[in-house]
Write a protein that binds this ligand. Structure first.
Ligand code: PBG
Length: 329
């Protein structure tokens, strides 16, 4: 039996595109400010608001400014933020990361008090806190796994104690989700969810972030723990393992060059899936927009729509505020 229905001229796909009202009615993917998680960079001091040169519109901010920013973000209908901390002092073991008076911990307490309904997520990693810029402890040339994981569990616990609503390990060491889950549970944080950076690639698109977070490695790179951009099947194994260890939300990062991975992860696991529209993706759109080479607003909305269409339930993006403003027009 021929199951083909309505070839041309019976079917004209343009019919549902002619009228903007109908075009909107058949639209399959709708963005909302509720889809966004806004990344914020917290620095020591007071009244500090320093723009990141490779990320126009993105700032390093002191806690007082972060509080103000969070109120604005919440008022725009964005439900969540993720904090990255840049400490006063860096050392070999990243002790600022798990200091209960650390910079992220201060921000958590201050924002919880002033904007209690905003969901506060923390990036759990050591790279912003270590003098060498690596995500864990370094012995010789090697970034060692298990001792680093132990420090990450301390960091996650310290964040939870300071009021984090969710922790997000971004290091890509083996076994860290399970280890963090165990430590949170043992300390009474059984209901604090973990959003794992599950399939995180060793990407050139993190360049501007490393300026924002002052976390460029002093030697070597992150290829011994982050994923090879050429691999897709392996991403599914990474995600499966994190789910087994207790991840509540799984993330694919970066987003645009890995839309296929987002799609496969969502299809395979049906888990709440996040995608990180990273700094380099942001910087490219901003730069081309500034040069007048693309229509920045239009391209921004198209990029975010594509990430959601691929299967992401939530998007970490520096465009959150700008896109929320467009959506409320
Ligand atoms: C690690 C971390 C990185 C990003 C988020 N968490 C950088 C890295 O792995 O080097 C990148 C985010 C971005 O590029 O926007 N703490």
């Amino acid at each position: 039996m021929d199951t083909t229905v309505g070839g041309f001229p019976t079917t004209r796909l343009r019919r549902t595109r002619m009228n903007p009202v109908l075009r909107a009615m058949v639209r399959e993917t709708e963005l909302s400010p509720k889809d966004f998680i806004y990344p914020l960079f917290v620095v020591p001091g007071k009244k500090v608001k320093r723009e990141v040169s490779s990320m126009p519109g993105v700032y390093q901010m002191s806690v007082d400014e972060i509080v103000r920013e969070c109120a604005e973000v919440y008022a725009l209908g964005i439900p969540a933020v993720i904090f990255f901390g840049i400490p006063d002092h860096k050392d070999e073991v990243g002790s600022g990361a798990y200091d209960d008076r650390g910079i992220v911990q201060q921000a958590l307490r201050a924002v919880k008090k002033e904007v209690p309904a905003l969901l506060l997520i923390t990036d759990v990693c050591l790279c912003e806190y270590t003098s060498h810029g690596h995500c864990g402890i370094v012995r010789g040339e090697e970034i060692v796994n298990d001792p680093s994981v132990e420090l990450l569990t301390k960091e996650a616990l310290s964040h939870a104690k300071a009021g984090a609503d969710m922790v997000a390990p971004s290091d890509m060491f083996d076994g860290r989700v399970g280890a963090i889950r165990k430590v949170l549970d043992a300390n009474g944080f059984t209901t604090t969810p973990i959003m794992s950076y599950a399939a995180k690639y060793a990407s050139g698109f993190y360049g501007p972030f490393r300026e924002a977070a002052e976390s460029t490695p002093k030697f070597g790179d992150r290829r011994s723990h982050q994923m090879d951009p050429a691999n897709g099947d392996e991403a599914l194994r990474e995600v499966a393992q994190d789910i087994e260890e207790g991840a509540d939300i799984v993330m694919v990062k970066p987003a645009l060059p890995y839309l296929d991975v987002i799609h496969r992860v969502k299809e395979r696991f049906g888990m709440p899936t996040a995608a990180y529209n990273v700094s380099g993706e942001y910087a490219m759109v901003k730069a081309a927009g500034k040069l007048g080479w693309v229509d920045e607003e239009r391209v921004m909305m198209e990029v975010l729509t594509s990430i959601k269409r691929a299967g992401a339930d939530m998007i970490l993006t520096y465009f959150a505020k700008a896109a929320a403003k467009v959506l409320s027009k």
